[in-house]
Design a protein around this ligand. Structure first.
Ligand SMILES: Nc1ncnc2c1ncn2[C@@H]1O[C@H](COP(=O)(O)OP(=O)(O)O)[C@@H](O)[C@H]1O
Ligand SMILES: O=C(CO)[C@@H](O)[C@H](O)COP(=O)(O)O
Length: 489
């Protein structure tokens, strides 16, 4: 039986999934790595840790491949990060990530050179601190010594592709999150880059998600125990790949996805490149040749993970059980999940998180409950913006946090829209594997592959009644914080 391997370079770890040509999961592996915060507002990962994780998941998969003919590999991963490479392909510094907020000044400068509406018209988005382009400008300004040695800047998953094939390439879905792509024409915006003092050559070649970028190098083929030279396809940014894994494309109008990964994400497919005129949510290319809107709460499972680390004596299961036992509204406690600033809909890197309404009555369980509710409410606010821009009739759930019934039920309450689960393994690695099956020629088109691998959707847990009623107070607290942080010098 033919099969493909999908990789997802997540923020918390690298996931690999083996998908056979009938859409069944045959094996999986995972390896974690740390996220570093050398200063408040900075987030980085070491590309060497990613390479180590790659070797680890390949070693773990190798014995599970017997009876399968591995015909290709597909890539996906966290968007927006920057891997700066010299001419020899060595990275020059740890990679700043999608939730790194160090580029406030560069973003301000970009919007002086190009007014916000002009940037949105060209790229689909305003200047966003987490995107890759401001990181390039940051390096040029703050580390000119290193910048002089930069030959190419790769997105995280494209760096994995480079390790696997020796080829530096990208594709439209992830590239549209760089902030430098002409979104309607799907080319690097040379005029924009020139005005910012950069050249298009810094960025890799663009193309379709299912195209083969190169063959698997012998040293990696040996670790995995497969033939050298099997095709590696370009893949997709993690959100587009996860959407494909759930079967979400231009052909399934009104069905979006909600992801509870480190970030919390609402994804809605779009036929044409129609941005939010106010830039509150993102417009990116989907991996199916069309487009999508993306609303992002920067710290979703990231907030839960932060809280979990504060209580090392308790397991996640214990914490979630305590949250379940706590009442709706956590006795008046609100959590604002802005631990790394916020994107949608406020686009405010300076915001910081908060527990508001603490009293002597509050226990650990109330804190956890408030975190789950705060993330759900935050996505509820994002949904109210997105549903005006695209059809939103149902969301399919994905991401590590979607394993929690309580979190999904709170989410369904906050979104006031059905949240469904699919039967079987979802996730970005599945989407990347589907793209690999297309690139390797197992399917004639992505549409055919999606039809053949479609997972059944079933209702998620019933919504928690009354979550929506918490929204006005939640938003009032956000307004207070926004007002304070926007006034900071
Ligand atoms: N049963 C669960 N309930 C709630 N959250 C969970 C559960 N299992 C895992 N998580 C959360 O999911 C996160 C990992 O999700 P994942 O989608 O893999 O993230 P990423 O792609 O950002 O690495 C973990 O950090 C953890 O907080
Ligand atoms: O920045 C975004 C999307 O714009 C994030 O969604 C990243 O792509 C990271 O994803 P996770 O690690 O949370 O899955």
């Amino acid at each position: 039986m033919r099969a493909a391997i999908g990789l997802d370079l997540g923020t918390s770890g690298l996931k690999a999934l083996v998908l056979d040509e009938e859409g069944r999961k045959r094996a999986e592996a995972r390896a974690g790595y740390p996220l570093h915060t050398p200063r408040p507002g900075w987030t980085e990962q070491d590309p060497q840790d990613w390479a180590r994780a790659l070797k680890e998941v390949f070693r773990a998969l190798a014995p599970k491949l017997s009876g399968l003919e591995v015909v290709g590999l597909g890539l996906s991963g966290q968007m927006h990060g920057a891997v700066f490479l010299d001419r020899e392909g060595r990275f020059l510094l740890p990679a700043p990530l999608w939730n790194d907020q160090r580029t406030e000044e560069e973003v301000r400068w970009m919007e002086e050179v190009f007014p916000r509406p002009e940037l949105i018209r060209r790229t689909g988005n305003p200047a966003v601190t987490g995107f890759q382009l401001p990181k390039v400008l940051w390096l040029k300004r703050h580390r000119p010594d290193l910048f002089a040695r930069v030959h190419r800047v790769l997105l995280p998953k494209d760096y994995l592709g480079f390790l696997l094939t020796g080829v530096q390439a990208t594709e439209y879905s992830d590239a549209s999150g760089v902030g430098a792509m002409d979104i309607a024409r799907r080319v690097w915006d040379g005029e924009l880059l020139q005005a910012l003092g950069l050249v298009s050559d810094l960025f890799p070649e663009l193309g379709e998600s299912h195209r083969v970028v190169g063959g698997l190098r012998p040293e990696w083929a040996e670790v995995l125990g497969v033939k050298a030279g099997i095709p590696v396809v370009a893949g997709a940014g993690d959100n587009a790949a996860a959407a494909l894994g759930l079967g979400i494309s231009r052909h399934r109008k009104g069905v979006g996805s909600v992801s509870l990964g480190t970030s919390g994400v609402l994804f809605l497919p779009l036929e044409t490149p129609t941005p939010d005129p106010e830039g509150r949510v993102h417009l990116f290319c989907h991996a199916d040749g069309a487009y999508h809107l993306l609303g992002v709460t920067l710290s979703a499972a990231g907030s839960l993970e932060w809280l979990r680390k504060l209580f090392p004596e308790a397991s996640l299961e214990t914490l979630l059980r305590e949250a379940e036992a706590a009442p709706l509204g956590a006795l008046g406690l609100y959590f604002l999940p802005f631990l790394a600033g916020e994107r949608s809909p406020y686009l405010e890197p300076r915001l910081r998180g908060a527990f508001l309404g603490l009293s002597l009555a509050h226990t650990r369980g109330h804190l956890v409950r408030a975190v789950l509710e705060g993330v759900a409410l935050s996505l509820g606010v994002v949904h109210r913006v997105m549903r005006r821009l695209a059809q939103a009739e149902a969301y399919l759930a994905t991401g590590g946090g979607s394993a929690s019934d309580l979190w999904l039920a709170l989410l369904a309450g906050a979104l006031e829209t059905p949240v469904l689960r699919v039967v079987g393994e979802e996730g970005a690695a599945r989407g990347a594997a589907i793209l690999a099956l297309v690139g390797a020629g197992v399917y004639a088109s992505l549409e055919e592959a999606l039809r053949a691998t479609q997972l059944e959707a079933v209702p998620g847990p019933p919504p928690v009644e009354g979550v929506g009623a918490l929204l006005p107070d939640y938003e009032a607290w956000v307004e207070l914080l926004l007002e304070r942080y926007r006034r900071l010098p």
